[in-house]
Design a protein around this ligand. Sequence first.
Ligand code: COA
Length: 331
Amino acid sequence: MKKEAGKRIKITGTGIYVPDKILTNADLEKMVDTSDEWIISRTGIKERRVASEDQATSDLAIEAGREALNSAGLKAKDIDLIIVGTSTPDTIFPSTGCWVQKGLGAGNVPAFDISAGCTGFLYGMILAEGLILSGAHKRILLIGGELLTKITNWEDRNTCVLFGDGAGAVVLEESDDESGMLSSYWKADGNLGELLYQPAGGSRIPATDQSVAQRLHYLHMKGNEVFKHAVKKMGEAAVEALKSAGLKKEDVDYLIPHQANMRIIEATGRRLKLPREKVFSNIHKYGNVSVASIPISIHELNEEGKLNKGNIVLMVAFGAGFTWAAVAYRW
Ligand code: COA
């Protein structure tokens, strides 16, 4: 979808929170039959953050949200909508958005979750754009928060080496200049849902002794199948978002791909023929933090002083659903 000139939303604040505890590949070697060498060569991950037992997703999201508000120069009461992307809500209901609203003391503003797997942050940006440009809302706090280590099967080496915990947040408002969201592209394919999912805990397989014994409440994934789709769909989304923004590959200053696997990140960069230094990655220190990966990356890229006004940033994600999306953005 291409935007009308002058009418766009922009990020006016960013924040992140990652738990203190670090789980290294060496730690994982003691837990399952794996090796630091295998994990680094197949994924690029060296370590990931793990939340403490008493932390829930909203605890991470509130910290990230608070930092984003501070960096926008706002107070919680200035926000008029809270959206949280997550696949690991504190509770199925109420939404994590409502727990965050309470924790931030944001007043009775509407608050809800979106479930789009690792694509949730970009789905949230596209949704927020519609809500702001329609005039319905002025300042939206969009948070991606994930606590995947609590649904990770620590006996399954195929999945437990990949994921981590974290949260990233942005404040979104209507842009008063040329910067902001230029175009977007979002898709889903529900036919492939069972390649990456949490089978139990919903209404299809409610919690029973049997569902717990069968470990159906953990994340299940056919990694190599997911890999192939992720490479293809992230490439497609990146190209389509650029096209609808009227931009060329060489216009991109930074690609921020969802941090799922270093090989997927590099393949997406190659599809756009981008030099390595234009492709952002922090997967080595966080692993796959799902919906939190893009907002954490935006924040870090900005904190590192790498983003200059006018830079073109292309964000692209793929996740459970399957869902995939891209957003072209002028900083
Ligand atoms: N340590 C050591 N060996 C491992 C291992 C681990 N942690 N995990 C799997 N293996 C083994 C497999 O058992 C298999 O052994 P086999 O050949 O004897 O059967 C071998 O490594 C290759 O497995 P395969 O699944 O084909 O590896 P891969 O190259 O596809 O890499 C993933 C596996 C999971 C890293 C990769 O498929 C991936 O990243 N997929 C996408 C996951 C993802 O991003 N999901 C979220 C999307 S948002």
